[in-house]
Design a protein around this ligand. Structure first.
Ligand SMILES: [Zn+2]
Length: 391
């Protein structure tokens, strides 16, 4: 399978570095790649090296005055606006080039699928889903997800499903395609009343010509793997079956983990692994096997992100790693060099059982409230029956 998957990587992607103590630290990518190599996940894989995205591609999503502001921000002694120079989105050297390279990575992945004869492609550096057409937001300068989807729409795809499992609402991508019936955006995230950016409620359904193509599944703080998976399976597969996408695009942020410092869901690495395997199944079942994978958030840099995203790479490559697999000694040593006091897990899982009860029949659970709200709001717009568990 290794030669049928496009894995985008270039150490230059580590240049997307917001600096100082900013939580979006590129060490998370570096340690992921090192762990994946240590476990043999990347053996024989030839990386797809991305080009920097040009203005024409950035212009698919972003306004020219915003791109100009990103370019000039590091040199400017004045406030360039557009959300730049804030605590969340500090200005850094080479900001435009580094951000455009991330976009180039997701474009390269999209190209692999559109004309490279490849079914799956992954850009872990991508997934910057909060960037808006005219401004930076939530650590995201350019929205590589939206640019890649827009490119696919111009290159042979006219039904695209975007699935966002980051703990934060995929607001930028939803905004860009809110009125476009060709793109189904689905976001599962922590409830907007309890987490930035405060959007992503069930009632955001898409514009007048695209009703039902924005889907939001807000989850209560403390939601665990079994509840998350119950909500997912009660809503997402039916929608994909009805929408019949030609490609599944997924943003795979891992800030849903219980140890993530920026949010309050309670998933495990085992749960993440189960999610990736489910996404792979769904791409096979409903999108002709075509699966474009991006990274995203995730701020427990040492204990969580490298393990979770190693599972993601392994899943994309059909080289699944058992959760009992020991962490390589060399890898642990390199992490302790960075952070001498870190207490590392010893294996690739958290020891959590990810079994869950399917919705429909059986005992009512607290998460069923949102399941019903989503099904009632969205299912009729796709010809599905909200009350029928077979739908
Ligand atoms: Zn996030």
């Amino acid at each position: 399978m290794g030669d049928r998957v496009g894995v985008v990587w270039d150490p230059a992607l580590l240049g997307y570095d917001l600096g100082g103590d900013h939580p979006f630290n590129p060490v998370r990518l570096e340690l992921t790649m090192r762990l994946a190599r240590g476990l043999g996940v990347l053996d024989g894989v030839e990386f797809v090296v991305p080009d920097t995205a040009g203005d024409a591609d950035l212009g698919r999503v972003h306004r020219p005055d915003y791109v100009a502001a990103v370019r000039e921000a590091p040199m400017a002694s004045w406030d360039v606006g557009h959300g730049l120079g804030t605590a969340d989105n500090p200005v850094f050297d080479q900001m435009h080039a580094a951000s455009a390279l991330v976009v180039g990575g997701s474009l390269a992945a999209a190209r692999c699928i559109a004309d490279g004869g490849v079914d799956r492609a992954v850009n872990l550096a991508g997934g910057l889903h909060h960037a808006m057409p005219d401004r930076a937001a939530g650590f995201c300068v350019y929205n590589d997800c939206a640019v890649a989807i827009s490119w696919l729409l111009d290159n042979g795809f006219d039904r695209i499903a975007y699935l966002d499992v980051d703990v934060h609402h995929g607001d930028g991508v939803q905004t860009v395609f809110y009125d476009d019936p060709r793109v189904l955006t689905v976001s599962l995230h922590q409830h907007p009343a309890t987490l930035w950016p405060g959007t992503g409620s069930v009632t955001e359904l898409g514009g007048p010509g695209a009703q039902g193509t924005s889907v939001n599944i807000p989850l209560a703080p403390g939601t665990r793997d079994a509840e998350w998976l119950r909500a997912f399976h009660a809503t997402v597969p039916s929608l994909l079956a009805a929408f019949r996408p030609q490609v599944l695009v997924t943003q795979c942020g891992v800030d849903t983990h219980v140890e993530d410092p920026l949010a309050d869901l309670a998933l495990s690495v085992d749960g993440h692994r189960e999610i990736y395997r489910t996404l792979r199944d769904l791409a096979g079942q409903y999108a002709g096997g075509k699966w474009l994978v991006m990274g995203g958030g995730g701020y427990e840099l040492l204990r969580v992100v490298p393990r979770s995203w190693t599972h993601l790479l392994a899943t994309v490559l059909d080289r699944d790693i058992p959760v009992e697999t020991a962490l390589p000694v060399d890898w642990a040593t390199s992490v302790r060099k960075l952070s001498p006091n870190v207490v590392l897990p010893s294996v690739m899982g958290d020891g959590v059982d990810v079994a869950f009860q399917r919705w429909g029949g059986g005992r009512e659970q607290p998460v069923d409230t949102v399941i019903r709200d989503v099904r009632n709001a969205v299912f009729p717009l796709h010809g599905l029956d909200p009350d029928d568990p077979r739908d």
